[in-house]
Design a protein. Sequence first.
Length: 492
Amino acid sequence: MVSLKENINLLSKIATSNQHGENSPYFDGWKAYDQDPFHLTGNPNGVIQMGLAENQLSPDLIEKWIVKNPKSSICTEDGVDQFKDIANFQDYHGLYEFRKAIAHFMGKVRGNRVTFDPDRIVMGGGATGASESLMFCLADPGDGFLIPTPYYPAFDRDLRWRTGVQLVPIICNSSNEFKITQEALESSYKNAIESNIQIKGLIVANPSNPLGTTMDKETLKTLLRFINDKNIHLVCDEIYAATVFNTPDFISISEVLEEMEHPINHELVHIIYSLSKDMGLPGFRVGILYSYNDGVVSCARKMSSFGLISSQTQYFLASILSDESFVEDFLRESSRRLAKRHKFFTQGLEKVGITCLASNAGLFVWMDLRKLMKKPTFDEEMALWRLIIHDVKLNVSPGSSFHCVEPGWFRVCFANMDDQAVDIALERIHAFVKKGKENKVATTKNRKNKPFQKKLRLSFSSRLYDETMLMSPRTMSPHSPFARSPLVKAST
Ligand SMILES: Cc1ncc(COP(=O)(O)O)c(C=O)c1O
């Protein structure tokens, strides 16, 4: 058996470094869920997965379309005549029909206020693969990218791990709903320069993961002026572009770029997109890089050989995305279902006095539990998080894993489960808060102080799960949070 120390010498620096960012409570929570997954009848006391930003509210609409359109698949009697050609196709430019359909779809989800050129569509293995390729095109190891906090935890892996790029935080806080300001941008840029980090760009997710908010036009203009003045890149991850279910509408950077009075160098602007959220197809690994820079398009296209979308998937998507009326109905119905679920969940939280940042997009809410903590510290936040997983049996993600600078915020996903699971999750939260209040009343009578918080601290000592398990190569990969494949599940 090779010891860990020997392994470090045997393997590369990338393999043995901690830069993958997966040693975070964000990923640990998924593993805790995997060890005791909730199932309505099979394991009703298990952990409910609320740490997974998946849109599972509308697959039935796609299923119905598939049944009506058997020719869209090369593995059906109706579509098999295309099998040979499609199975052989491996050009890294992608099927033209696919690029055309996806460019059109990207325009549609932006209200047709902007058009996209199919020749600028570059494929990647999900937004994950597309954004890493973009980093390889834009930056060298050690270069920095500014990023507003709180941000999606897996960016530490996707943008940084293999590229060697550094992520430099732009500090945002609740005093202005975590909006990015000119001052915060300038201060972060200045700090980076003083630390001898060469800043190559700014990356933002709009709509935001974890905030569930969309950026207003003024903020987008501020970002464009800022990157143009500094002559650095702007990467906009717009993976939730159509996952917007309330006003204000989503505004894409591509729209603002067109209408800027001040001329902006288009070559500095790049968009990351994917069908993982808006169409609820994360398993298809459809990632898109759209760049206004010819050099980036050309280089990224060569790199896309490392993460092509299967031609079978391209063929299917070209077909479904070209069905205009289906796409319109799907997007409308998906937003309606998301709005309904969001309202139900946030109102359920409000019944016990829990509020969230006001949001109109995404598959999660940014829940404010600051008043459940005795002190505003990250230790207290972790204690509360462990209690929520261990006692309440919900996997939510603590703000610290999103690099939030204010303790007490948690991201809670609400669209990856059915109505019954949401009801049970809310019941558990209600019981948890009620118990805390009852303890408080009882202990106040006994003249003891702050029992609710004391309970949190006491429970912190209990072991949630065996942490050595987390290091085991046998535990599932955090990139695929479901331990077993659906095929295996179906047969057991
Ligand atoms: C902001 C953001 N970017 C990228 C990704 C990764 O998406 P994909 O599954 O397309 O790789 C996610 C997934 O949660 C995300 O929230």
